[in-house]
Design a protein around this ligand. Structure first.
Ligand code: DX5
Ligand code: ZN
Length: 220
């Protein structure tokens, strides 16, 4: 039920393929891929050619987090590069409903991400159309930032909205999560955990296993 999505933004890019193989072998369920365009967020990370070149390293879910203005422009190219799940920011889509339909029409799972200050109620009318909601627990753009504690309340609020509609939609939380606070995030109702520096800062395989031990404890 719980899934770990290590963010490769924190990996060593000079051996990116090996890093992805390491976390895949250790059992990470998703590969979280942060795409940044230098407009929606200040940084620029990487795009389709890099994603395509590491696609053959694993058969795990490529969970592509689009920190990009009007990400619908790249939906088809991301599908071709190997994305399985395309997550777009509500704040970056002028026509969110259309973009969600476009992603699903291409055969990908559709996710919608919200910045810390964006209320969950903004998703009221699209909630039943998405496979996953990503709640940012830092302001997007950089790895290694501090978790914003008020997001725990947002997770609870979103889980209650989903429960009220009988939806079992995934709630992913991204930013500042480590072994010390992941339990709080799960107890609030999230089930897909992104971790960048907490996985790749040190022994990545051992860190994946440490997260999974906590998941097992929670599932018991
Ligand atoms: C932030 C990215 C995150 C980031 C997480 O803009 O969306 O996925 O890489 O890194 P940590 O876990 O180090 O906060
Ligand atoms: Zn991310």
């Amino acid at each position: 039920m719980y899934k770990l999505a290590p963010s490769i933004l924190a990996a060593d890019f000079k051996k990116l393929g090996q890093e992805i193989e390491t976390i895949s072998r250790a059992g990470a369920e998703y590969i979280h891929i942060d795409v940044m365009d230098g407009m929606y967020v200040p940084s620029i990370s990487f795009g389709m050619p890099v994603i395509q070149s590491v696609r053959s390293c694993t058969d795990k879910v490529f969970d592509v987090h689009m920190m990009v203005e009007e990400p619908g422009r790249y939906a088809e190219a991301m599908k071709d590069a190997g994305a399985d799940l395309l997550c777009v920011h509500q704040e970056a889509c002028c026509h969110l409903d259309r973009t969600i339909q476009q992603i699903k029409g291409l055969g990908m799972m559709a996710g919608v991400a919200l910045n810390p200050a964006t209320p969950v109620e903004t998703l009221e009318y699209v909630l039943d159309q998405v496979d996953m909601v990503l709640l940012m627990s830092v302001n997007p753009g950089f790895g290694g930032q501090k978790f914003l504690p008020y997001v725990l309340d947002k997770i609870r609020r979103l889980r209650a909205m989903l429960d009220a509609r009988g939806l079992a939609t995934d709630i992913q939380v991204d930013g500042g999560i480590g072994l010390g606070n992941v339990k709080d995030v799960m107890e609030s109702g999230a089930n897909v955990i992104v971790a960048g520096s907490a996985v790749f800062g040190g022994d990545a395989a051992a860190n994946v296993q440490a997260f999974h031990h906590i998941f097992e404890e929670m599932e018991r």
